[in-house]
Design a protein around this ligand. Sequence first.
Ligand SMILES: *Cc1c(COP(=O)(O)O)cnc(C)c1O
Length: 388
Amino acid sequence: MNIDTICVTGKSGYEPCDKTGAIALPIYQSATFAHPALGQSTGYDYSRLKNPTRDYLEKLVASLDQAEFGFAYNCGLAAITALFDAIILNKKEGERLHVICSDDLYGGTERFLNSIGKKLGFDTTFTDTTEVENLKKAAEPNTKIIFIETPGNPLMKITDIKKTADYAHSIGAILIVDNTFLTPYLQQPLLLGADVVVQSGTKFLCGHNDTLAGFVTTNDKNLAEKLEIITKTTGSALPPFDSYMLVRGIKTLSVRLDRQCQNALKIVEALKKNPRVKGILFPGIKESKGYEISKSQASGFGSMISFYVDSKETVERVLKNVKIIHFAESLGGIDTLITYPATQTHVDVPEEERNARGITDTLLRLSVGIENADDLIEDLSQALQSDF
Ligand SMILES: *Cc1c(COP(=O)(O)O)cnc(C)c1O
């Protein structure tokens, strides 16, 4: 079955959750479940452990990722935290594990690794993971995890998933891919050799900027057992109503993304012609470093575009004057959002390092929605040219 059909109908066609024939997934807003008799269970006991609405969603996301196991958490960072907690359950007391991580990634992941992660026993080296050479330089005898985001955030750097997985396995490490920017509809990291996929469901999967969610999927049975323990023990799993919202959002994932990708290509062409735009970071640009790899491992370029403008004044002008586009954090939804990484997603990265990486104070990031592309282009060009 094709992935756009699975998005609508679930893993093996329509699987009714109850006997009423309901087409929409019921929301099992129940904290607890009655047992038929001593020693018996319907399969559901208490919603922190397992809830039918969440269960359906977890199976759905696992099947989209072609994974055996899927876990839904109350946001992307909760999913990442749960994953590292699960890895802790596998390590020896006092043991420190080394993580090699993309230097172009979601600011919250970096904050987690540098603060709580460090205290929990993870030492992280951030490097440009687009070159395997850099991984080799960063590797330590205790490197057990390589964590990448591709496309990266906000510089849209493309890392070769297969090559990175091969390298990780050659040193006894696992590869974790944060697939938030492309979703399984456009990129399936487990099929390319990754061991674990995490994603913020808040973004494209939900798609409407109205619900937070996060996912971990894997084929690793041991890790899945540990994740189950974490879900049971720390209680950060996704509530039933939010699970319903995600199932509903995923039904339209393919049509939204098709439109968003098309719009993004048109906007890139328009930005290329704008005199105030001084550089565009988008993997769909043929001359860009990641273009060929992107084409080989993903079925689309996504709808995230970063671009440099000529001055900080232009940044202020754009953020003040956009009318259809919202100046807001987050991404992936049907509404086009513009973000200023320097003071929003990457505010915790020290200024000098931010500039060295290319996250300068003239960089803007666009998450393209499903509005009419011509209206978006007009909005951007009036905002870029307008006076204060
Ligand atoms: C937003 C985001 C996260 C964190 O997800 P939340 O749902 O906001 O907790 C993680 N990774 C990436 C790439 C993101 O864009």
